[in-house]
Design a binder for this molecule. Structure first.
Ligand code: ADP
Ligand code: MN
Ligand code: MN
Ligand code: MN
Length: 370
């Protein structure tokens, strides 16, 4: 853990200086590895709407997003949030990556997803994502695990309380507060089954907002963890053996599912999902086959299954939803390292219908051929 040093006090002198009316805007984008990157720009005033934020660019040859001879990648602002690190009028700006020739950059899946969300706006589709993740120390050892050994087997850690049962609560608390400050719809947190594995939930969020908010929540998590000297892994099976993997359960409802009688709409959606299992799996995160083994509260990757209250199924209908006859369902297949735009995109495409000019599966092909 980091100690409070004299350096922290020195830095504070400068953080207390007024900014002369200028605003610092941290532009965030998604790189070719599914990480966020960011750089900062000075603005003359705080914007009141997204159109007031200028387009910018970065060197895509340094991020694997463009070739050296045509290296400019353009970043177009799509949403902005209060900056919990700099505070005041400073903001964090989420952007989409675009190529010089006017086409979306190969890792920009938001563009296609947004078209689908717009086309099905009338369905008022809500998502809630459960982001699981694992903490590592600077030496790439699972955070706070005994040196050269293993902690006691899984059991006491899920929602654990007390020394030896829960780790890094300070990091998680700081991230939670940062999300609330920024206006991210974080709906909760919990310690997970494997020690030093945690989860936060974002949602319900409507349409394209879901991907935006999850990416910003991930960015905030990386920034907070940086301050604590902790590494965040989104790998779906960070440790081999009898340790739980990490997922990003995707909870979904349309307007029709949320009103009495909605159970038949939920069942119809589950049927459509069953028919497109293979296509969905291709978009549900790399290395997911290491996690979806049929053990550790997962279903096998090979076949689609569904059930009420069944945490060993691909899709679970919560008990309370089955009882009331309406609500939402949970797709448990997505891995922790998904691009939420691909997952929410194909979800809408499958359950609400394809549209002529957007195809999430083609989106996947665009990335994998790169
Ligand atoms: P679990 O029991 O699977 O661990 P969590 O409480 O961790 O469930 O997460 C449930 C998620 O479902 C939350 O993100 C919540 O916002 C979301 N959610 C709740 N109701 C709906 C709904 N009607 N439509 C979509 N998502 C929903
Ligand atoms: Mn959960
Ligand atoms: Mn969980
Ligand atoms: Mn869940």
């Amino acid at each position: 853990m980091v100690a409070i040093t004299e350096q922290t006090a020195i830095l504070q002198k400068y953080l207390d200086l007024p900014q002369n009316g200028k605003v610092m805007a941290e532009y965030v984008w998604i790189d070719s590895e599914g990480n966020t990157r960011s750089k900062c720009k000075t603005l003359s005033k705080r914007p009141t709407s997204i159109d007031e934020l200028p387009e910018w660019n970065f060197d895509g040859s340094s991020t694997g997003q463009a070739p050296g001879h045509d290296s400019d990648v353009y970043i177009r602002p799509v949403a902005f949030y209060p900056d919990p690190f700099r505070k005041g009028d400073n903001i964090i700006v989420l952007t989409e990556c675009w190529n010089n020739d006017g086409t979306p950059n190969k890792f920009n899946h938001r563009h296609e997803c947004a078209k689908l969300m717009k086309a099905h706006e009338g369905e008022d589709i809500w998502f809630g994502l459960e982001q699981e993740y694992t903490l590592f120390d600077q030496f790439d050892q699972p955070y706070a695990w005994p040196k050269g050994g293993f902690p006691a087997p899984q059991g006491p850690y899920y929602c654990g309380v007390g020394t030896g049962k829960v780790y890094a609560r300070d990091v998680i608390e700081a991230h939670y507060r940062a999300c609330l400050y920024s206006g991210v719809e974080i709906s909760g947190i919990n310690a997970e089954v494997m020690p030093s594995q945690w989860e936060f939930q974002v949602g319900p969020c409507v349409g394209i907002n879901m991907g935006d908010e999850l990416w910003i929540a991930r960015y905030l998590l990386q920034r907070v963890a940086e301050e604590f000297g902790v590494k965040i892994s989104l790998h779906p099976k960070p440790l081999k053996g009898d340790w739980n993997g990490a997922g990003c359960h995707t909870n979904v409802s349309t307007k029709a599912m949320r009103v009495p009688g909605g159970m038949k709409d939920i069942e119809a959606a589950v049927e459509k999902l069953a028919k497109r299992h293979k296509e969905h799996m291709l978009l549900y995160g790399a290395d997911n086959e290491q996690r979806l083994t049929g053990r550790h509260e997962t279903a096998s990757i090979e076949a689609f299954s569904s059930g009420v209250a069944n945490r060993g199924a691909s899709v679970r209908i919560p008990r309370s939803v089955a009882k009331e006859g309406y609500g939402y369902f949970e797709d448990r297949r997505p891995a922790s390292n998904i691009d939420p735009y691909l997952v929410t995109g194909i979800m809408v495409e499958t359950i609400c219908g394809a549209i002529p000019d957007a195809d999430m599966f083609k989106e996947y092909a665009r990335e994998s051929s790169a």
